[in-house]
Design a protein around this ligand. Sequence first.
Ligand SMILES: NC(=O)c1ccc[n+]([C@@H]2O[C@H](COP(=O)([O-])OP(=O)(O)OC[C@H]3O[C@@H](n4cnc5c(N)ncnc54)[C@H](O)[C@@H]3O)[C@@H](O)[C@H]2O)c1
Length: 318
Amino acid sequence: MPDKLRVGVVGAGRWSKSAHLPGFARSPHCDVVAICDLDEDLARDAAARFDIESVYTDYEKLLARADIDVIDVCTRGGIGEKNNHEPLAFAALEAGKHCLCEKPVAHDYRNTWRAHEIAQAKGLKTKVGLTFRYAPSMQYMRDLIADGFVGEPFIFNGYEQNSQFISPTEPVTKVDLIPETEQEEIKVSSIEGYGAPIIDISLWFMDSPLKSLVGLLYNFVPYRTMPGGGRIRANIDDGDVYIGEYSRGGFCTIQSSYVTVNISRAGGAPVRLAGRVAMPLGRGAGYARGAAPVNQPGRARGRVRRGGDTGRVLSARV
Ligand SMILES: NC(=O)c1ccc[n+]([C@@H]2O[C@H](COP(=O)([O-])OP(=O)(O)OC[C@H]3O[C@@H](n4cnc5c(N)ncnc54)[C@H](O)[C@@H]3O)[C@@H](O)[C@H]2O)c1
């Protein structure tokens, strides 16, 4: 692998400009040399702001470049186009590029494993954009668990809640989360779009897959206004909860919604892990507005409660 990686970014929208491109710009390990978006104005604007040499509207032209090591897939599908990342991630791997891909890689998890297998066979590195685990308090909580400070981990609780889709009259901004036509069965939305980083942290903290779960997908806001003004019946999960049992033992509750008050005024998703001896509390966060680092020390705070056999509870900020 070269000392400095050359990166091509696909997608020049909100998250690309507020998190991915500022993150790459701060890293001494890479240079973003090309940006691609279907909307050329967006791509040109990103190129001007982040000093990127080449602009494309066709990702195949980007992939054809032999001097690019890493492809970053930071796109979002249009109406009814839910599988937007999957073809781009597969194309990047097939072209022999390392790949950073925003979640979800695919809507069928078996296809994500297939992408992993292609990468392994070609000696390529992959990463999914699950940023919450890089918040300082999440890293510290994970160290406390790994070092045995928490004792045997028993119960994980995580919540990711915000209010961005609460209004039935404001036009939705993220149309890929909305089914194109009325659905009889509820369609997965919040748990995938907003629950994903918390699911990631729960599996990482407990160092175990789940062996069983029971959950509820719920539709609180039945009608929504589309960008063009039409009102549609959107039978999507805008709230959800599940209880999962880990293969190693212990269980979790995970809850997400984008139609409720934000559970944490300062943003981020509260998580806690109750062990035999201690219970660290923290907040996963993936925000990087402007040039603020995703894992800027001090942005994420938390507390540890430690009691153990003595029943004495100690609290400390982390
Ligand atoms: N990890 C996190 O915490 C986090 C937070 C926010 C968003 N995201 C993810 O980031 C992604 C982008 O979100 P966003 O809010 O920036 O969306 P956005 O709609 O603002 O931007 C997406 C851009 O992708 C472009 N695009 C779509 N298909 C393309 C293609 N085939 N080739 C080139 N360009 C294409 C669109 O033209 C658009 O400009 C989403 O997948 C979202 O889930 C992750």
